[in-house]
Design a protein around this ligand. Structure first.
Ligand SMILES: C[S@@+](CC[C@H](N)C(=O)[O-])C[C@H]1O[C@@H](n2cnc3c(N)ncnc32)[C@H](O)[C@@H]1O
Length: 575
C-alpha cells in the first residue's frame, strides 16, 4: 500500500509551508483534506498549524484505505473545536464523484462523500507502481487520468487531488521527486503547470527523512482561479543532498542543532552540519511554462553559469562520435549466466563456443582491467553473427546446449513476451549486436558512487546492469581515450550532478545512456584535449600493469587538471 508515514517535524514543515499561501479570512470555514491519511500524522500537523495561525473555524477530512491505520488516526485526531471526518476507502474512487475540473472557472460541488471542495489538501500519497494493482486497474487509472508509461499511484493521486481542490485552494504534498525528471512524469508536469500554479519545490534528496524507497520532494501548488496565458514564471526551489565533497577552506559548514528540517525552515543555504549528517543546501529558482512537459531541472545560478561555460567549450557530445548502449538483458539470468558451468553434468553442459565471458557491475573499476583479467561469469549466448546482423542458433546443432535449455523450458517459456515478439523460446531478450562485441569499448556500471568507466579490448560481453560505448565508424580510436579521460574526470561528475541531478541514496549516481550520451567533449585537437588522450592512454597501460598507486593517482590528477583546462574552467581541487 506504499505506507511510509511522515515523521512529525516534516509533517509540520509541509503544513506550515502550505498554510503560508492560504488567502482566506480567519473567520471563513476552512476545509482541509488528507487523501491517504495513514495514522493521521500529517493531518494532525495541518490542524495544529491552522490553530497556531489563529484559524479556528475548520473541518478536516481524512481518507485511508487501511482500517487499522484509520483507527490510529481517529485517536490522534480527537481535536476539540473542529470537525474531523474520517472515511475508509480508496481515495481515487471517492474523488471520482467529482468531475475532472476541465473548466477552471466552474466550481462543481458534490454533495456526497467528501462534501464540497477543499481549501487545503495535504498529502503523502502512496508510492506504488499501478501495475501491482493488476493490469485492469492500472489501465483504468491510466485512462481516467491520461497517464502513460511507468505510472505510479502518486501520479493518479496528484490528478485526483486537483479535482477535489477548490479554485485558489492550496496543495502541500510530499512525494517522490521522480516525476520532475522522468518520462512517465510528463503528464504530471504538464498538469501541475496548466491546472495549478507551482509555488515552491523542495527536493529532500538523500536525507532519509523517512523510510521510503524513493527520494522525496515537497511540492506546494495553488489551484488556478482562471486560465492564464502560457507565460513562463519562476518557482523557488531548495535542494538538500548529503555532502560528500571534502569541505573547502572557505566554506566552513554552518552547524544546525535542530536538524535539517529546521535548517530548511530557517532558509539556511550552503553546507550544514546537522545531527543527521553533513548536507549541502542549494537554493535557487527554476522556470516553468504552463503546459510544457520539459523536465524540472533545479539548477542554481552558480550551476547554470558552470553549465553554460561547459557548453561554450564543448565541441561535440559523446553520442556524436559513439554509440552508448545498455548491456544484454537475458530476462532469465539464473539460466543464462553462471560462474560454474564446468560443474554441470557433462551431457547437460552447453558447447563452450556459446559460453562467452560477460562483464557485470562486479567487474567494474576505473580505467582498465588488470592484464590477464577474465570475468568470473559466462553467458550462454544463443546468437551468432550473420552477414550484417545476427541469427539465433539452431538447437539441433548444439546438443549440450539443447539439453541444458530444455531443462529450463517452462521457466523460459514463461517469458511470454519473447514468443509474442515472434522469437524462439530460448532467445535472450536483448542480445544487442554480436558483431559489435569485437570492437574496443568503454564499459561502465549503471549505478555507482563515482564514475567507473574502463576500457575493454577483449571480446567480452556486457551485462544489463552496465553500459558500453563503441565508436561510430570512421571515428579515430584516439577518441576512445578522450572519452575515457573526460568521463572519469571530476569535472564530468560536477557536470553530471548539475545537468541531470539524479542522485540516489548513499551518494550513488545513475549512469545511463540518456545522461552519458550527452557528456560534452572538447575539440580533440586542442592542446589540453590531446593531453587528456595521451595521459589516459598512459593511465590505461599502468592500470593494466597494476603500477604503484602513487603513480596512478598522479596521472588521475594530471588528467583532471587537463580536463578542466580543456573546458576553460580553472582547476579548484576537484570533487
Ligand atoms: C505514504 S503513506 C502516508 C500516510 C500519511 N499521509 C502520512 O503522511 O503519514 C500512504 C498511505 O496511503 C494509504 N493508501 C494506499 N492506497 C490508498 C488509496 N487508494 N486510497 C487511500 N489511501 C490509500 C496507505 O495505506 C498509507 O497509509
Amino acid at each position: 500500500m506504499g505506507a511510509h508515514y511522515t515523521p512529525a517535524p516534516l509533517a509540520r514543515f509541509v503544513a506550515d509551508k502550505a498554510i503560508a499561501y492560504l488567502e482566506r479570512s480567519r473567520s471563513e470555514l476552512l476545509r482541509v483534506l488528507d487523501p491517504a491519511c495513514g495514522d493521521g500524522q500529517l493531518l494532525n500537523a495541518a490542524i495544529e498549524a491552522l490553530l497556531e495561525h489563529g484559524i479556528k473555524n475548520w473541518q478536516a477530512v481524512g481518507v485511508e484505505a487501511d482500517a487499522q491505520a484509520l483507527g490510529e488516526a481517529r485517536n490522534r485526531l480527537a481535536h476539540p473545536g473542529g470537525v474531523v471526518h474520517l472515511i475508509q476507502g480508496d481515495f481515487l474512487r471517492v474523488a471520482s464523484e467529482f468531475t475532472p475540473q476541465q473548466e477552471l472557472w466552474s466550481e462543481q460541488d458534490a454533495s456526497a462523500g467528501l462534501g464540497s471542495r477543499f481549501d487545503l489538501v495535504i498529502a503523502n500519497p502512496p508510492y506504488v507502481r499501478t501495475q501491482v494493482l493488476g493490469a485492469a486497474e492500472a489501465q483504468r487509472i491510466a485512462n481516467r487520468y491520461d497517464l502513460s508509461g511507468r505510472v505510479d499511484l502518486y501520479h493518479a493521486f496528484i490528478r485526483a487531488i486537483g479535482d477535489v481542490l477548490r479554485n485558489g485552494g492550496i496543495l502541500g504534498i510530499i512525494t517522490s521527486n521522480r516525476f520532475m525528471t522522468t518520462l512517465a512524469g510528463k503528464a504530471i508536469r504538464s498538469y501541475l503547470t496548466t491546472q495549478l500554479e507551482v509555488l515552491d519545490v523542495i527536493d529532500l534528496g538523500d536525507t532519509k527523512l523517512f523510510e521510503a524507497a524513493v527520494l522525496p520532494a515537497v511540492l506546494i501548488a495553488r489551484r488556478k482561479n482562471r486560465v492564464k496565458g502560457p507565460k513562463s514564471y519562476t518557482v523557488p526551489f531548495t535542494r538538500i543532498y548529503s555532502h560528500t565533497r571534502s569541505v573547502q577552506e572557505d566554506e566552513t559548514p554552518a552547524r544546525v542543532s535542530g536538524g535539517i528540517i529546521e535548517a530548511l525552515a530557517f532558509g539556511d543555504e550552503g553546507i550544514v552540519d546537522a545531527p543527521e549528517g553533513t548536507f549541502a543546501i542549494t537554493r535557487g529558482h527554476f522556470a516553468v511554462t504552463p503546459g510544457a512537459t520539459d523536465v524540472w531541472r533545479l539548477v542554481s545560478s552558480q550551476e547554470s553559469e558552470f553549465l553554460s561555460r561547459i557548453r561554450e567549450y564543448s565541441h561535440q557530445v559523446i553520442e556524436d562520435v559513439a554509440f552508448v548502449r545498455v548491456g544484454i538483458k537475458t530476462t532469465a539470468d539464473e539460466v543464462f549466466i553462471r560462474k560454474n558451468w564446468a560443474a554441470l553434468p557433462r551431457e547437460k553442459c552447453p558447447e563452450s563456443e556459446l559460453l562467452r565471458p560477460i562483464l557485470s557491475h562486479e567487474d567494474a573499476r576505473r580505467w582498465a582491467l588488470p592484464g590477464r583479467y577474465v570475468p568470473a561469469a559466462r553467458v550462454l549466448y544463443p546468437h551468432l553473427v550473420s552477414g550484417n546482423g545476427k541469427r539465433v542458433i539452431n538447437l539441433a546443432d548444439y546438443p549440450g546446449t539443447r539439453r541444458y535449455l530444455e531443462s529450463f523450458r517452462s521457466r523460459l517459456e514463461a517469458r511470454s513476451y519473447v514468443a509474442e515478439a515472434g522469437r524462439r523460446w530460448y532467445e535472450i531478450w536483448v542480445p544487442q549486436d554480436p558483431a559489435a562485441w569485437v570492437s574496443p569499448k568503454i564499459v561502465f556500471p549503471d549505478i555507482s558512487a563515482e564514475p567507473k568507466f574502463y576500457l575493454v579490448y577483449e571480446e567480452y560481453l556486457v551485462n544489463g546492469d552496465c553500459y558500453w560505448i563503441t565508436l561510430r565508424p570512421g571515428t579515430p580510436e584516439e577518441t576512445l581515450y578522450l572519452i575515457l579521460g573526460v568521463a572519469n574526470s571530476d569535472l564530468m561528475t560536477r557536470f553530471h550532478d548539475a545537468a541531470f541531478s539524479n542522485k540516489l541514496y548513499s551518494a550513488r549516481r545513475r549512469y545511463i545512456t540518456q545522461y552519458v550520451a550527452r557528456y560534452p567533449l572538447p575539440h580533440p585537437d586542442t592542446p589540453a584535449a590531446l593531453r587528456v588522450s595521451t595521459l589516459t592512454r598512459e593511465l590505461v597501460e599502468q592500470t593494466k600493469q597494476q603500477s604503484a598507486l602513487d603513480s596512478i593517482r598522479q596521472l588521475e590528477h594530471d588528467i583532471n587538471v587537463a580536463v578542466y583546462e580543456a573546458f576553460g574552467i580553472e582547476w579548484d581541487g576537484g570533487v
